[in-house]
Design a protein around this ligand. Structure first.
Ligand code: PLP
Ligand code: ZN
Length: 462
């Protein structure tokens, strides 16, 4: 390879390489996923992580202000000036005593990484900005994705901002939270509601984008995962370059977990960190493919040769039983995660564990996140629910430093929040009880009062 940046098939027995300018969502030789890879010897990687601190003084440069491109030296697939940006990645790591206590951790041990603070309200912007940058690089004028909502909101936002690209989004009918749907429509994206669920929309968008030559930005796109690495760089930055003990992340299509593993693997290879944190990927009970394959079938990356027969048989049985994903955490309501093999690799690199949590556990954890901080959407709270579970199992010790990734903003899915807190029996039945949620343990009911000062005073003073 003459170019120090290239795309490479993740299957070691194939390992085929392709140019960075090629538009691929799978290895043309073997069909497996691709990575963006760097020949670091011919690039100029930083000598230490505090190298990035000098960019703090360059906040008048939009790319250096971006929480993604501030770390361009660790994802240099094109020059800095060519990188798109809308100010993504201005997110924070918050130490949360309240959530620590809820999870059974020591008071200072638990941190929440608020990716809902991104421009479109979810972590997806970290990856989308990299994919859109690559799409522009190859001269694409149309970009498409299938989405449970946040990928489409993010793509739609970038396309509305940069104006040189049209967004085409595929969503499953009736499967999208209102906050997310409203974004795609407001940003002017062409929105196709496929009669089916996310897994159907994913299958169709792959076919259609291939047929029409439309740039695909789902997380099979290796450039997206490059951008998502920076979530981990910002966590390290917030911890003054100290490595935490655990990263806990919800698992849907498994792009985030895959990119986190790649981030830490690269940092370790470059000698920028001396140890890798452990990774916990949390499925919802109603969408637990990774959990079942990893814990019940013992599936592992296995140095690049996962047992693909086990995987095929699992999905075959899923089809035969006509099993579909079902959880209130719509962002992880996915039964056929496209990044499965990359996630297995990340779990190997990070000595990872996989757990699943119920919708009840998710919503109770979400109420705690709301009461102790900025709030999050249901899928995000799977991370805190998962940390609590791992603490109860004794896998996480109370003093270990745990970072829970809050993937999406609280306002993304008001329906779930209102159904939990409002005390409206009908809403509770329709939205939550139908999913096996028995009680709203931490409900903060609004108080009905008369339009009368005395009544209001009495209500406030209890
Ligand atoms: C996309 C998304 C997820 C799932 O992330 P994957 O990378 O697909 O595993 C979780 N939470 C939210 C809010 C999301 O938007
Ligand atoms: Zn290959």
């Amino acid at each position: 390879m003459s170019d120090p940046v290239f795309q490479k098939c993740i299957a070691p027995e194939c390992g085929a390489c392709y140019g960075v300018e090629e538009v691929l969502v799978a290895c043309p030789k073997c069909g497996n996923l691709l990575d963006v890879q760097y020949d670091w010897d011919r690039l100029a990687p930083p000598a230490a992580l505090n190298h990035f601190e000098k960019y703090w003084a360059q906040r008048d440069n939009p790319q250096r202000r971006s929480g993604v491109w501030r770390f361009h030296d660790l994802l240099p697939f094109t020059s800095l000036e060519k990188c798109a940006t809308v100010g993504e990645g201005q997110t924070i790591l918050q130490n949360s005593t309240g959530c620590a206590r809820y999870a059974g951790m020591n008071d200072n041990a638990l941190f929440l990484q608020y990716e809902g603070m991104n421009p479109s309200g979810s972590f997806k912007d970290n990856g989308m900005v990299a994919a859109v940058t690559h799409a522009r690089l190859v001269g694409a004028h149309r970009a498409a994705c299938a989405s449970t909502g946040n990928t489409s909101a993010s793509l739609a936002l970038y396309c509305s901002c940069i104006q040189s690209m049209k967004a085409i989004i595929f969503i499953g009918s009736g499967k999208i939270a209102y906050g997310k749907l409203s974004q795609a429509l407001d940003y002017g994206a062409q929105t196709l509601q496929i009669h089916g669920d996310f897994d159907d929309a994913m299958a169709r968008v792959k076919e259609v984008s291939k047929k029409l030559g439309i740039y695909l930005v789902n997380s099979v796109n290796p450039f997206r995962l490059e951008g998502q690495k920076t979530i981990m760089f910002r966590v390290l930055e917030a911890l003054r370059w100290n490595v935490p003990d655990w990263i806990v992340v919800p698992g849907g299509n498994l792009g985030n977990s895959s990119s986190f593993g790649k981030a830490f693997h690269e940092l370790k290879t470059l000698g920028l960190i001396d140890r890798i944190p452990r990774l916990a990927v949390i499925n919802a009970e109603g969408a637990d493919t990774l959990y079942r394959l990893y814990n019940e079938k013992g599936l592992r990356w296995n140095g690049g040769t996962p047992d693909r027969e086990t995987i095929a048989a699992f999905f075959e049985q899923m089809s035969q039983e006509n099993r579909h994903a079902s959880t209130i955490a719509s962002a992880i309501e996915i039964n056929r995660p496209v990044n499965l093999e990359k996630c297995l690799r990340a779990l190997e690199w990070c000595d990872g564990v996989v757990r699943r949590v119920s919708d009840q556990q998710i919503l109770d954890a979400k109420a705690q996140v709301g009461a102790c901080g900025f709030g999050c959407e249901p899928a995000s709270a799977a991370s805190l629910a998962g940390a609590k579970l791992l603490r109860e199992e004794g896998i996480i010790a109370p003093s270990e430093k745990v970072v829970c990734i809050l993937t999406g903003h609280q306002l993304k899915d008001p329906t779930a929040t209102v159904a939990y807190h409002s005390g409206d029996e009908q809403k509770f039945q329709e939205t939550l009880a139908s999913r096996g949620v028995m009680e709203a343990k931490f409900a903060n009911n609004p108080l009905p009062v008369e339009n009368d000062v005395e009544d209001i005073v009495r209500a406030i003073q209890g």
